[in-house]
Design a protein around this ligand. Sequence first.
Ligand code: ATP
Length: 253
Amino acid sequence: MIRLRGVGKRYGRLVLAGVDLEVPRGAVIGIVGDNGSGKSTLLRILARVSRPSSGTVEGTPSIGYVPDRFPASTRMSALAYLRHLGRISGVSDVDDRATALLARLALAGGPRTQLRRLSKGNAQKVGLAQALLTDPDLVVLDEPWSGLDPAAHGVLAELIAETRERGASVVFTAHDDELARQHATRVFRVAEGGLRESVSAVRIVLRGSGAAPWPEVVARKGDQVELAVATEDVDKVLLEALRLGWSVLAVAR
Ligand SMILES: Nc1ncnc2c1ncn2[C@@H]1O[C@H](COP(=O)(O)OP(=O)(O)OP(=O)(O)O)[C@@H](O)[C@H]1O
């Protein structure tokens, strides 16, 4: 559907370098990373609102995008704004869909509320509605959970799942690895300009003596070691530990 090949972005300094990412149909991809690591930069390139300094973006899906700060400063009502966007996208009657989305997201004040009167979270809800309004092939959401109340968190999770079920794809950013993992089919981490898949780790606690030969050791206490092991390597590590005479004290996700 869309593919980044060797994408780099320079803002004076290099923010992204050699990023490869393929987003197939029906994928939900979570992007995590520290503040300033380049998550929003990557999403802007995917959403095609920013051009890479190097590399290529292949594919031309229709795209719905919610930036990290949704600018909601006009007197226009939420419904009028969504109607206007519908017209720009060539969809004449979006009223039912827009009203239903805003109702599901429980927009405070209802669809006739002026955008400039909305709180950050409520503006975010209108941002989500505009991104999903015309059922795009790819939905790009920059920190969609930030500012949303717990009830809206559940609705957002449903909307992401529904988007995936209709064969479209979602790419979102999140600060929390755990949150990303709950909603994404794959999670990637941006660090030092690069993008790497973040594999889900299983915690294994072993007791034994001698040097623990595993690179996955994250803590040592007395005769115990704790490992964070990729899911697909758990059996291998456990078998090896038992063979080397270690006892398995705990295995947990
Ligand atoms: N338009 C711009 N002009 C200059 N520098 C920019 C611009 N946009 C982003 N940057 C810089 O690029 C780097 C990455 O920013 P980006 O917003 O992509 O990070 P992020 O991972 O989304 O951060 P956060 O988690 O804080 O939202 C930062 O150092 C930022 O200052």
